[in-house]
Design a protein around this ligand. Structure first.
Ligand SMILES: Cc1cc2nc3c(=O)[nH]c(=O)nc-3n(C[C@H](O)[C@H](O)[C@H](O)COP(=O)(O)OP(=O)(O)OC[C@H]3O[C@@H](n4cnc5c(N)ncnc54)[C@H](O)[C@@H]3O)c2cc1C
Length: 397
């Protein structure tokens, strides 16, 4: 396969604009197609950790990112009447690692804005067909005229359209972690200041948190589930009915948050799922970020994998004249890092929503002991190590 000079990227969230930046720096032309009519503002708080911060620094964005950190201060576990059961200092959770937390919409804004000067963005459009041939990939769109690119990169998230077109159905590649999650904006009726409050009944979590730079507060509902594809693919109305059925009357602020859900404008609901694939490339189509290796929100590492993946992919495309070797290099460098970060997610729901009352009490005890655990170096060590487990400098040829 010949060298890559033109790339179509599907998806303009975190992975897409980061790749557009690094392709431009390497002299490769990017066109980005995004289904939404504009970059999506707002959203939940995300973390950038370890080597992803080095990539952000190399892009020159670290000062802007640091200006927008959410600075969450504490988490409080409450009982059904809102009384404190346990609490933790959020600084403690990240003390063992390099990390910053900011709103997803702020990060997208920082990444996207400078790239508009040199990147062609096609908003409100989507790829409908990919046909590979000797000279590249012939791409058809819902709206734009068909074109040929040297490479197509799917950066279009967990339910990637590109992955579907190039690799087939999602189901065999999806690893369901046994839970559903919903998050949406509600009025901050508790008057929280950089604080998260969490309430559990066996197998269920209700939470609210507020951050600076965001309107109102975010409500979170999470619950264990046996079946991934049940509510996930239904309409948001049906997903809301599913949540009402599971959470009505369970205590604390649950009913009030469910009432607010009916009026929210940014309702998000999905299964907690990883994407695990044997290979991320098929000829001249490759996958990046959640599309290829979603680690799930339980790992807290999806944004970091997307940022680092974009950097490594662009570097490999620039240093190989043969596209197949570049894609093999991308995969070889990223795979151990991806695996280490995907492995973190496994125990997340056991901690967030223990299945029994005994489990909830044990978790609360663990939270109370967190200062001691910090001194033993056991709390965040695994996450901190996984976040650093990639070399940003290409191996010698
Ligand atoms: C509740 C929640 C909490 C999270 N917390 C964290 C955290 O603390 N830390 C962390 O690192 N990560 C977190 N994540 C994960 C993080 O948001 C994702 O891993 C990250 O956004 C992945 O970036 P991406 O660019 O690969 O994909 P996405 O952000 O999913 O973006 C995909 C883009 O593709 C677009 N698109 C979709 N279909 C098409 C199509 N057919 N054509 C064109 N465009 C399309 C979408 O509109 C979107 O803009 C969390 C996720 C959730 C849901």
């Amino acid at each position: 396969m010949t060298a890559v000079r033109t790339v179509l990227v599907s998806g303009a969230s975190i992975a897409g604009p980061t790749l557009a930046h690094w392709l431009h720096r390497r002299g490769i032309r990017a066109t980005v197609v995004e289904r939404a009519p504009a970059p999506r503002p707002g959203g939940y708080a995300i973390d950038l950790r370890g080597k992803a911060l080095d990539v952000i620094e190399r892009m020159g964005h670290l000062p802007e990112v640091c200006d927008r950190v959410t600075e969450m201060r504490r988490g409080t576990v409450v009982d059904s009447r809102g009384r404190r059961r346990a609490g933790f200092d959020t600084g403690l959770l990240s003390a063992e690692e390099r990390s910053v937390e900011l709103l997803r919409g702020d990060l997208v804004h920082i990444l996207h804005c400078p790239t508009t000067e040199y990147t062609e963005y096609l908003y409100d459009d989507s790829v409908t067909g990919l046909q590979q041939h000797e000279g590249g990939v012939h791409v058809t769109f819902e709206k734009a005229a068909p074109r040929t690119f040297d490479l197509v990169v799917g950066a279009d998230g967990l339910h990637s359209n590109t992955r579907g077109l190039a690799f087939g159905p999602e189901e065999p590649l999806a690893r369901f972690l046994g839970a559903h999650i919903s998050i949406f904006t509600v009025p901050d009726h508790l008057g929280l200041d950089r604080e998260a409050r969490l309430y559990n009944t066996p197998g269920k979590l209700v939470g609210v948190y507020s951050t600076p730079r965001a309107e109102g507060a975010k409500a979170i509902f999470a619950l264990h589930a046996a079946d991934r594809t049940g509510p996930e693919r239904r309409s948001s109305g049906e997903q809301q009915r599913y949540l009402r059925k599971a959470f009505t009357g369970i205590g604390w602020e649950s009913d009030r948050l469910l009432r607010a859900m009916a009026h929210t404008e940014d309702f998000y609901f999905d299964s907690i799922t990883q994407i695990r694939m044997d290979r991320w490339s098929s000829g001249r189509v490759t996958l990046l970020g959640d599309a290829g290796y979603c680690p799930s929100p339980l790992s807290g590492q999806g944004s970091s994998l997307a940022v680092v993946g974009a950097y490594v992919l662009a570097e490999e495309l620039a240093r190989h004249t043969d596209a197949a070797r570049a894609l093999a290099g991308y995969e070889a460098r990223m795979r151990p890092y991806v695996r280490a970060n995907q492995d973190i997610a496994g125990s997340g729901m056991r901690f967030l929503a223990p299945r029994t009352r005994f489990g909830i009490a044990s978790r609360d005890l663990l939270v109370r002991l967190s200062p001691l655990m910090r001194s033993l170096g056991t709390f965040t060590g695994k996450l901190g190590r996984a976040a650093e487990a990639v070399d940003l400098d290409a191996p010698a040829p």
